[in-house]
Design a protein around this ligand. Structure first.
Ligand code: ATP
Ligand code: MG
Ligand code: MG
Ligand code: MG
Length: 472
């Protein structure tokens, strides 16, 4: 089917409206009355008040398309086909109303129904929890999925410690052997494994137990359904693109970036990563600022600052040396206008915030460069030819200089960089971050990366980046 992302989003909401769900608007990315959460990171995050019983909804059936931010996926962005820091989660929810059977029926009808998305049924497979016989039987007998496409997976259990918990079932789309893996039953390749072939599109959570303080599980009197499907992923399946970034949600941003760059998309793998990271981060920063967050040195603002700087650094790899992120805001606004008119409406404000922040960052970089040259001069005077690791770290930590950048300048001056010394400082910093990190439940876990995000805010295309970074 030929559908635009705007049509897919609308179709999802229309489908569940037809199934008697109340349509909730996409709530602000900045959580309200929820100090445990830095960003809204899923559809259910804005509906907690219904799930924990504080508020009884007028209609126990709810659907939404929810803006979400997950910074814990940042090191995947640009490398996998499917991860973003900002994405939209399509969800349907039942607060003590329908349960497994309807949830599975709805998902299947929406994905495969001819008047809906109409995906080829043979491309779909699912995972269930090994003890969730009920879900297994529903997929096999009610839906008619062959057994080899129902995979039992231990991880399919949603548990955040004390409180509601339960098994989940996830729906995967087989993108074909071109994306690797021939055998769907190979544990390395099957749905749920880390691969690019079987794309997880939808997660249905069956909240049916209470996790008691003594670690026993008892059935909940009122069972809930919580589902989430990434709009970008579904659209990539429908529009048949290699990654989410070639869909109509991202490609116009990449095209606009090309106009400012010295290369084009698809020229090389490394520069493609840069285009993708920029296209990802611009959406995150644009929507976050539109929802009232501002770059700063702590909390949410710190995340925005890091994301923006990260994008600026990647931009250097494609020859963009001047403030530019702000120029992409109108494109984001235009892509999202049908459902999020606020971005277009606040575009001047968002652009101002970004431009100011980018200019400041360029100044900081300039300052860092001066310091770098001073250190080189001093060391030279002492007859040294080694650039101290401590200083590499200081430039990185205070002036945002990736070590690779420092290394380039250092070598230009005929110096060597004290790499081991730098790594030692990095290890100390990670230790500090780890100690500072609090124990968090799975709702919060998305935000624990806050302390890590510093680590990976460097240039890409360098392998140490991906291995060095802890992902929550
Ligand atoms: P994955 O295993 O691919 O990282 P997940 O299991 O962490 O995804 P869930 O927490 O189950 O994701 O979220 C529900 C749905 O939201 C996923 O099935 C996916 O479609 C989408 N989703 C989750 N994280 C992201 C992300 N970082 N970027 C884009 N879509 C996402
Ligand atoms: Mg994930
Ligand atoms: Mg998953
Ligand atoms: Mg999942």
């Amino acid at each position: 089917k030929n559908l635009t992302s705007a049509q897919v989003r609308q179709m999802f909401l229309d489908f569940f409206k037809e199934k008697n769900h109340g349509v909730e608007p996409s709530a602000s990315l900045v959580p309200k009355d929820d100090p445990t959460l830095l960003w809204i990171n899923s559809g259910v995050a804005t509906l907690k008040k219904y799930f924990d019983g504080r508020v009884v909804p007028e209609n126990p059936r709810i659907t939404n398309a929810q803006k979400s931010i997950r910074t814990n996926d940042i090191t995947n962005v640009g490398y996998t086909a499917r991860h973003h820091t900002f994405f939209e989660m399509l969800g349907n929810f039942s607060i003590g109303d329908y349960f497994k059977e309807e949830a599975i029926d709805f998902a299947w009808e929406f994905l495969t129904g001819k008047q809906w998305i109409g995906l080829n049924q043979e491309k779909l497979s699912v995972t269930v929890h090994p003890e969730d016989e009920e879900a297994y039987v529903l997929w096999r007998d009610k839906i008619g999925l062959p057994e080899e496409r129902i995979i039992r997976l231990e991880e399919n259990f949603w548990d955040i410690g004390e409180g509601p918990s339960g098994p989940n079932t996830e729906i995967f789309y087989d993108r074909g052997a071109a994306y690797g893996g021939e055998d769907a039953t190979d544990p390395e390749l099957y749905p749920g494994g880390e691969n690019e072939r079987y794309l997880e599109i939808w997660n249905l959570v069956f909240s049916q137990f209470n996790h008691n303080p003594d670690d026993t599980y008892t059935p909940l009197p009122k069972k809930n359904i919580d589902t989430g499907m990434g709009l970008e992923r579904l659209v990539s399946v429908i529009q048949n693109t290699k990654t989410n970034f070639e869909t109509d949600l991202f490609l116009p941003i990449i095209r606009e970036t090309e106009k400012l760059a010295n290369t084009t998309y698809n020229a090389s793998e490394a520069t493609d990563v840069a285009f993708k990271v920029i296209a990802d981060h611009i959406r995150t920063v644009t929507f976050a600022v539109s929802d009232g967050a501002l770059p700063s040195n702590e909390g949410r603002g710190y995340v925005l600052r890091r994301l923006l700087r990260r994008a600026v650094r990647y931009a250097k790899q494609i020859g963009i040396e001047k403030p530019f992120m702000y120029q992409l805001v109108p494109t984001v606004g235009a892509i999202m206008e049908a459902f999020y008119p606020e971005v277009h409406d606040k575009k001047d404000f968002i652009q101002n915030v970004m431009k100011t922040e980018e200019e400041r960052f360029h100044e900081t970089l300039q300052e860092g460069l001066q310091i770098l040259h001073t250190i080189i001069d001093n060391e030279k005077a002492k007859g040294h030819r080694l650039f101290p690791g401590k200083e590499v770290f200081r430039l990185y930590d205070t002036y945002g200089f990736p070590k690779e950048l420092t290394e380039e300048y250092v070598e230009e001056a005929g110096f060597k960089m004290d790499e081991a010394g730098f790594e030692k400082e990095m290890a100390k910093q990670r230790e500090r971050a780890r100690n500072a990190r609090q124990k968090v439940d799975s709702m919060q876990i998305q935000d624990s990366v806050l302390s890590d995000i510093k680590v990976d805010s460097t240039f890409v295309g360098y392998d140490y980046l991906r291995t060095d970074t802890t992902v929550a």
